[in-house]
Write a protein that binds this ligand. Sequence first.
Ligand code: PLP
Length: 372
Amino acid sequence: MKTIPFNDLKTQYNSLKPILLKRVERVLEHGQYIMGPEVRELEDVLSKYVGVKHCITASSGTDTLLLSLLAIGIQPGDEVITTPFSYFATVEMIAIIGAKPIFADIDPKTFNIDANKIAEKISNRTKAIMPVSLFGQCPDMDHINKIAKEHSLVVIEDAAQSFGAKYKDRNSCGLSDIGSTSFFPSKPLGGYGDGGALFTNNDYLAEKMKQLRVHGQKKKYYHEKIGINGRLDTIQAAILLSKMERFKGEVEKREIVASRYFSMIKESCPTVVLPTISSFNSSVFAQFTISLDNREKIIIYLKGKGIPTTIYYPICLHEQEAIKKLKLPSTSLPNAEKASKKVLSLPMSPDLDFETQKYIVQNLRKAIEMNK
Ligand SMILES: *Cc1c(COP(=O)(O)O)cnc(C)c1O
């Protein structure tokens, strides 16, 4: 029995191999491994794709969150409102500065921060809102931007999982003051290593983030600010440039794969809760995340059939040991807690074929029947 890849990067590599290797070879030949011409070329391609003035590539989607928080001047003791249901990096970068993460509960249908629950969390120490576009779709960004404007807050979209997604026909990453994405290999636009990018229309913030990316210097060896080494490798830029050649087609293929899952699961597994995509969104389906009962037993059954699954995320951010130590005022976040106990993500990639999906869903049906 062969195991189905959770995210089929091999097929993608095979289809890109000739142009990808040529691009990487060019970098090895010219030798500008740090901030070589491919970095600027990628930033141009990405800012055009998203439709914003500036793209600043960086070393990871965690470092982009840090750079954005530093650029807007977040200080120890400041409060940043975010979701309790995300990857740890979101809350981690708020906390590492000494700022306080304040959680607003999620919408149980989309798993994204519920914009209606943000206003009640604002205090006179609140400086920013950091929504996450989880599993490939955006929260209601216009609503969030409106609340932010009323209270003079900055909005940073953690779009690590949503590069390529659309909100009201606008692109994720370009929907607020700053958009932050990741090129971790399994993300919709993944490299062959770590990487990330920031997007903004604000000239001042763009300059600042560029400066912070290289140890706070504008001129070499003259440091005006405390920054980090947050650059993207030239080789990763070359790889991402070749991946961009296929990216638009991949976004379409992801939608096709997702729509097959929708119809197959609806028919075969009526007790499974399918993902809800808001009417204003088109998701890039970084994950295809269902909700169901008896999750642990189902995972074991599927694993035995060569079908890998992942739980994004088994523990909410406010329940993580490192966050509990911050002794934040306790709040009730029932929707996030419930989601963490029910969600399960199925294999997902643009190259997932019909037959494999049929096999996955048939076995999901069997697993559910056996564990009623
Ligand atoms: C992956 C991810 C990050 C971190 O990105 P890295 O490139 O792995 O550092 C941050 N936020 C979310 C929501 C993510 O999914």
